[in-house]
Design a protein around this ligand. Structure first.
Ligand code: GLN
Length: 560
């Protein structure tokens, strides 16, 4: 079967959840045996989001091949259990960069290079590149931004052309809009949807299916009205209601029949739907037996999207432990030696987050020290791992000057240092140690017990690295290197002995946690935190014991 394409556009407002809708549709099709991949087209001029501040963009999601991409790719991987790559994320910056590079090489000699056809051809070639892969039946293409934005126009035009090239019967266009409720009128309003579809159609693209994000169910009258004004059948108007957890969206879309509408339009050959595992997972997320509170100490905590994959990895690991992980978001800048106990005493686990730059570093070091001394399960990720090395160097080796050279170039104990190949690099974009690398675990380690094997691969995004010059001294005071990159002898995991669970990892395990494969280190960390919580109950006054509560911080409404 030749590949078929589903295009997902958004209208009326941003943040309606195109990413979750696309991932949910992908899940439903994959659960019927269809081989699906998803691509995100981003209309901004940055070549990739790697140089953007997390406040601007949220987390930068790193694929196994080392691409710095949009966080929606994380949803695609978590929902579908697939591995995405550079091809799954295209930005306007990359399209123009490639077209201009080709122009300089003489690829268009004699021609005037224009948006149509050169930019639109380049966009289409990126979409076809995914569709031409042998193992793909359907590509879902999510167009970032909102219809009507100037910068989305070349993408809409490329899709319009593709619908003719591929043929209408092998393409399907889904438009996600907002149906707001006006309290004063006591009514749901369809007019913004009508306008949005009109605007899309002015660009030559008619939606086959209209998904309507709404706080309230859409009755048949509302669906009829949207169908009539927007040229679709009433069964092609799909309600997309707010969900308690994003993982419930595939089930809601199933109830609305989104998958069946798409299968019929694209005439897809499918197997019987099997959502049993997904349903069990959603049940575990919604009805956990217990809570455990874990601190996430970081400097972007006001903006939870900056730690999207970590929060989702906790949802997966929580479900595996029949537990609701309540994240206590702790601003690292606010942590000091005098308030650390007050801030963290109600937590049964402490995660020190990844990051760049020195804001909040001293607070992170205090959090590491508190976790180490109080024997509270500790998980350091990337910068968090580097902080654990600095903390041990300062407080156990007695090297007060110890630091990462990212923050103190003149430190005489540079326990974390720039990698040799990074020293000459000046460009900021795409130049870190990025993507998947091997790591060998020592058998006497928490990491080995969690993974159950010695050879693993994990994804990286950093410039600095554990400095092997200090390894022997750090091991003497109890900080062991338990995971090492075999080809370059780089320390990828440190663990503190004489502690129930103290693990720092140079890589980003959160990027590989999916619904079907919760990450072993997160699962083990949550389990260690539960054990700590139980032992604390025994020791203190039992104030940890409480009925399961709904965690609003994790069960985000569907937004991308
Ligand atoms: N800033 C650190 C480095 O570049 C850590 C990066 C991270 O936490 N992703 O090495």
């Amino acid at each position: 079967m030749s590949c078929k394409y589903i295009f997902v556009t958004g209208g009326v407002a941003s943040s309606l959840g195109k990413g979750i809708l696309s991932a949910s549709l992908g899940r439903l099709l994959a659960s019927r045996g269809v081989r699906v991949t998803i691509q995100k087209l981003d209309p901004y001029i940055n070549v990739d989001p790697g140089t953007m501040n997390p406040y601007e963009h949220g987390e930068v999601y790193v694929t196994q091949d080392g691409a710095e991409t949009d966080l929606d790719l994380g949803h695609y991987e978590r929902f579908l259990g697939i591995e995405t790559s550079q091809n799954n994320n295209v930005t306007t910056g990359r399209i123009y960069f490639d077209v201009i590079s080709k122009e300089r090489q003489g690829a268009y000699l004699g021609k005037t290079v224009q948006v149509i056809p050169h930019i639109t051809d380049e966009i289409k070639s990126h979409i076809y590149a995914l569709g031409n892969a042998e193992d793909v039946d359907v590509v879902i293409v999510e167009v970032g931004g909102t219809v009507g934005d100037i910068e989305s126009l070349p993408y809409i035009e490329a899709i319009r052309q593709m619908r003719y090239e591929v043929g209408r019967k092998d393409t399907c266009s889904i438009h996600l809009t907002l149906v707001p409720y006006l309290a004063a009128a006591g009514e749901l309003k369809t007019k913004p949807t009508q306008h949005s579809v009109k605007m899309l159609s002015e660009s030559g693209l008619w939606p086959d299916i209209i998904a309507c994000r709404s706080e309230f169910p859409l009755d048949n009258g509302i669906k009829q009205k949207i169908a009539q004004f927007c040229n679709v059948e009433v069964q092609d108007v799909i309600a997309s209601l707010d969900a308690e957890t994003i993982y419930e969206v595939p089930l809601l879309m199933r109830e609305e029949g989104l998958d069946e509408r798409v299968i019929e339009k694209l005439d897809l050959q499918t197997q019987p739907l099997d959502l049993d595992d997904w349903k069990s997972f959603v049940k575990a997320v919604k009805e956990p037996s217990q809570d455990v509170t874990i601190a996430l100490v970081g400097k972007y905590v006001e903006h939870h999207d900056a730690y999207k994959s970590i929060a989702e990895a906790f949802v997966h690991a929580g479900a595996k432990n029949d537990t609701n992980v309540v994240i206590k978001w702790v601003q690292s800048e606010s942590v000091t030696a005098s308030n650390v106990q007050e801030l963290l005493k109600d937590c049964s686990g402490i995660l020190v987050a990844p990051g760049f730059g020195d804001r909040g570093i001293e607070g992170k070091l205090e959090a590491v020290r508190y976790a180490r001394e109080q024997k509270i399960p500790f998980f350091g990720i990337c910068l968090g791992m580097q902080c654990s090395v600095v903390e041990v160097a300062r407080n156990l080796c007695g090297w007060q000057e110890a630091h990462s050279t990212e923050f103190d170039e003149a430190s005489d104990k540079p326990v974390i240092d720039l990698m040799a190949e990074q020293r000459e690099i000046e460009d900021k974009g795409g130049t870190m140690r990025l993507g998947s690398y091997e790591c060998t675990l020592s058998e006497e380690s928490h990491a080995f017990r969690a993974y159950g094997k010695t050879d693993i691969t994990e994804r990286h995004r950093h410039r600095y690295e554990f400095n092997n010059e200090f390894k022997a001294d750090l091991e003497k005071v109890g900080l062991r290197a338990t995971g090492v990159n075999p080809s370059r002898n780089l320390v990828e995991i440190v663990e503190f002995q004489d502690h129930p669970w103290f693990v720092g990892v140079q890589f980003h395990p959160e990027l590989k946690s999916t619904v079907s494969k919760p990450h072993p280190l997160f699962v083990d960390f949550v389990s260690a935190s539960l054990a700590y919580s139980t032992s604390k109950e025994g020791r203190v006054d039992g104030d940890q014991k409480h009925a399961p509560t709904k965690d609003t911080s994790l069960k985000a409404s569907i937004s991308s």
